[in-house]
Design a protein around this ligand. Structure first.
Ligand SMILES: Nc1ncnc2c1ncn2[C@@H]1O[C@H](COP(=O)(O)OP(=O)(O)OP(=O)(O)O)[C@@H](O)[C@H]1O
Ligand SMILES: [Mg+2]
Length: 302
């Protein structure tokens, strides 16, 4: 089956600023594809080029076999878009905005359905200006679905949403995918990427530096497993002799071990053999966040 999106060697500069140096990836039908990366990495620029909102300086872009640069109108009928940092006229009401966008949509969804789905009932007659950050965000998500898109671009989907709204949004995105929509999701939330995305592209400095499933990304880096427990025992040097233990540190009773492979089982067996049975023994497996930090470093980008 043909890819819904294929990007090869995308390049985009703003004057002397190189926003996207060389980005390639493809997105298959029905996927939730995540794009992660530090601030300024080129994520928004990439998805804007794919939607025909910005002109690329180089590379080959295909979305549904269309060229987003020249077949923008045809493309826009089939895609939905939630842009980062959008705005609407301040006095426009929620329902008005949805009706207006629906009026221009090729395949409009009933605004009442969107209001119910994205929980905007109480804000229906409220002006855009008076909406809270999270309510605006929900409105922009609803607007992204007003034309029943086959492919939707969500740039920072759940920014500013409270935990309940975030969870509810994740479930709705999964539902939307079940109904056949392909989703491209730009996010800074590693838990969101891990929960929702089938595959992730990590973009840094305008390049794709890793592309894999969330678990594949984690596995590829051989990140340490961290085992934690508490004990009053003074001498634990025998634990450091285990081959799977790379590092042991402690702060009073709290012990932290970095290791690899079956470190939890082997540490547990050794502890029990020494008559120590900590009730709080646990292992924290590496997460997408650990993988992201290992790939992109710990320093803040300008
Ligand atoms: N209109 C513009 N004019 C000049 N430079 C721009 C413009 N838009 C973006 N840039 C620059 O291009 C680079 C990539 O920006 P982009 O918005 O694509 O990053 P991003 O990965 O989406 O970052 P964030 O996580 O902060 O949203 C940045 O260095 C940014 O300053
Ligand atoms: Mg961005």
């Amino acid at each position: 089956m043909a890819s819904v999106i294929s990007v090869e060697n995308l390049q985009k500069s703003y004057g002397s600023v190189v926003a996207v140096e060389d980005v390639s990836f493809s997105v298959e039908a029905g996927e939730i594809f995540g794009i992660l990366g530090p601030n300024g990495a080129g994520k928004t620029t990439t998805v804007e080029c794919l939607q025909g909102l910005r002109e690329a300086n180089g590379g080959t872009l295909r979305v549904f076999d269309l060229d987003p640069q020249t077949q923008t109108d045809t493309l826009r009928r089939r895609i939905g878009s939630q842009l980062q940092d959008s705005a609407l006229p301040g006095r426009m009401k929620v329902e008005e905005a949805l009706r207006l966008f629906a009026a221009f949509a090729h395949n409009p969804v009933d605004p009442d359905e969107l209001i119910a789905r994205w929980r905007l009932e109480a804000q229906r007659d409220q002006a855009f200006d008076s909406l809270s950050g999270g309510q605006r965000q929900r409105l922009f998500i609803a607007l992204a679905f007003v034309n029943a898109p086959e492919l939707v671009f969500l740039d920072e989907l759940t920014q500013g949403l409270d935990p309940q709204a975030r969870r509810a949004t994740w479930e709705l995105i999964r539902e939307i995918r079940e109904q056949g929509t392909t989703v491209v999701l730009v996010t800074h939330f590693m838990d969101e990427a891990e929960y929702l995305c089938d595959r992730l592209a990590v973009v840094d400095g305008g390049r794709v530096i890793a592309l894999d499933s969330p678990q594949g990304l984690i596995n590829s880096l051989e990140l340490p497993v961290v085992v934690r427990f508490s004990t009053e025992a003074e001498d634990l040097s025998w634990l450091e002799e285990l081959e799977v233990v790379d590092q042991l540190s402690r702060r009073e009773a709290a012990v932290e071990i970095q290791g690899t492979g079956p470190v939890l089982a082997l540490v547990a067996a050794e502890l029990v053999a020494h008559g120590i049975v900590p009730a709080d023994l646990r292992a924290d497996r590496p997460t997408v966040e650990d993988a992201f930090l290992a790939l992109t470093g710990q320093t803040i980008r300008g």
